[in-house]
Design a protein around this ligand. Structure first.
Ligand SMILES: *Cc1c(COP(=O)(O)O)cnc(C)c1O
Length: 441
């Protein structure tokens, strides 16, 4: 199978960079980035930095492209957003409004999804180590599908369910896609799902259950997959397990983080899935797909402020965020591009680093920046997926706000944390003095 190459006929460094930002991003007055109609200097002034900026229209357009693309190829189908890629109320609400189902891993995501107005019947509940409390919560909420990941899930659901609960069985087909080991799940020895022989045993047990209704099977082989081949293999593997009403084919389509990444388009990915499904699955089956990363990544960008430019070999450009708001570099070596937000494209290579106390706290090594100076804004594109979910308080960092931009209007859908938030869970009697709670923007 040939690896499709994304259009790279962009001629200038500026155009190359703009192509990584949400569709519709332009250069505004004095050459600054304008995302969702909002100049980034205005966004930084109003919401502070670091800040995660989401182009709302780009996100909605992506959801429609997925849903319409799948429905056009296989009518009896639906798209479930793998919400661990961006679990905040506003995103649940927006994607539910667009008609998507929602995939949750555990009680926390379920609580957020329900708060965001997601129909419980559209929930697909995952987890390789679900607790009794989470299973009970899913059953009581009326979750549409619970995905069986192990035999204990079956035992425990048999005890918890009183009426009838539709379930899927998650299969690990022994497929190792070409991606980072930390985000590969389909290989032999994976902690996720059941091997093919185990899955057959689980299927037989579930067929004898009067409380658990076996609707079908599920497969998800990994994330940031830049080739269509593993997806075709995964469909063939679940097809081998027999005839079911539902086949959930997982997520995992990769996204274009850097100029060197050439992921399949949504349409090429869907063509592969559905072509394989036509050859191997029953024509009347219901197909579910679960995109996470590729649903939200390109709608987002992170804004930082340069704190220091430390000259040397290499020259470090240090910003006011880092692994507290983007853990993907440290976790699995994800590469990102970046630009000075008011002087876009071109320049010399610098090491763009964060403010955290680890040498691995690098946002982008050797990235070209045009004359970066303290006080400049830096924009890192394609941060819509997993950066919010993996954000943390390392070094007492305050987790950044999420700002939705649309037609020149901006609103914070998640506010920045405050120092008071950092203290909120600590036992007040351990506090020997009221600390100065300086306001941060
Ligand atoms: C993470 C995950 C997904 C989504 O993966 P992406 O690479 O973000 O598209 C889908 N299904 C399951 C079960 C997952 O764990």
């Amino acid at each position: 199978m040939s690896i499709p190459v994304a259009p790279t006929d962009v001629s200038t460094p500026q155009e190359a960079l703009l192509a990584l930002f949400p569709p519709g991003t332009v250069l505004g007055r004095d050459g600054e980035l304008v995302i969702g109609g909002c100049p980034v200097t205005d966004l930084a002034e109003r919401f502070g930095t670091p800040a995660l900026i989401i182009d709302e229209k780009a996100l909605r357009a992506r959801a429609r492209r997925y849903a319409d693309g799948l429905a056009a190829r296989w009518e009896n189908s639906r798209v479930a957003f793998a919400s661990k890629a961006f679990p905040c109320t506003a995103v649940y609400r927006l994607l539910a409004e667009e008609g998507l189902s929602i995939d949750v891993a555990g009680g926390g995501e379920m609580a957020l999804a329900l708060a965001g107005g997601v129909d419980p019947a559209s929930l697909v509940v995952h987890g390789n180590a679900k607790t009794d409390a989470e299973l009970r919560m899913a059953v009581e909420a009326g979750a549409g599908l619970i995905v069986i990941d192990n035999f204990d899930d079956i035992d425990r659901l048999e005890r918890i369910v009183t009426g009838e609960q539709p379930v899927l069985v998650r299969v690990t087909p022994g497929i190792r896609p070409d991606t980072h080991a930390a985000v590969s799940t389909g290989q032999e020895g994976s902690k996720f799902g059941l091997t093919l022989p185990q899955a057959r045993e689980a299927i037989a047990r579930l067929r004898g259950s009067d409380r658990l209704r076996l609707d079908g099977v599920h497969v998800h082989v990994g994330s940031q997959i830049l080739d269509t081949e593993p997806f075709a293999r995964a469909v063939e593997a679940v097809a081998d397990l027999g005839t079911f009403a539902v086949y959930d084919l997982g997520g995992g389509l990769g996204v274009r983080y850097t100029y060197d990444d050439h992921p399949p388009s949504v349409e090429e990915y869907l063509d592969t899935l559905v072509d394989t499904a036509r050859k191997t699955l029953p024509a009347e089956a219901h197909i579910i797909i679960e995109p996470g990363r590729s649903m939200v990544a390109e709608a987002g960008a992170t804004l930082y402020r340069v704190a220091t430019v430390k000259r040397g070999r290499p020259t470090f450009v240090g910003v006011d965020g880092g692994m507290g708001d983007n853990l993907e570099v440290a976790l699995y070596g994800q590469r990102f591009e970046a630009t000075v937000a008011t002087r876009v494209g071109g320049g010399e290579p610098y090491d763009l680093v964060g403010r955290h106390c680890e040498s691995g706290d690098v946002l982008s090594a050797g990235v070209r920046l045009r004359d970066p100076r303290p006080g400049d804004l830096i924009a890192v594109p394609v941060t819509g997926a997993y950066s919010f979910s993996l954000s943390n308080n390392y070094n007492g960092a305050l987790r950044p706000p999420v700002v939705f931009c649309r037609d020149g209007e901006a609103r914070a859908v998640v506010r920045r944390e405050t120092y008071a938030d950092l203290l909120r869970r600590d036992e007040p009697s351990d506090r020997t003095r009221q600390p100065p709670l300086y306001d941060v923007p």
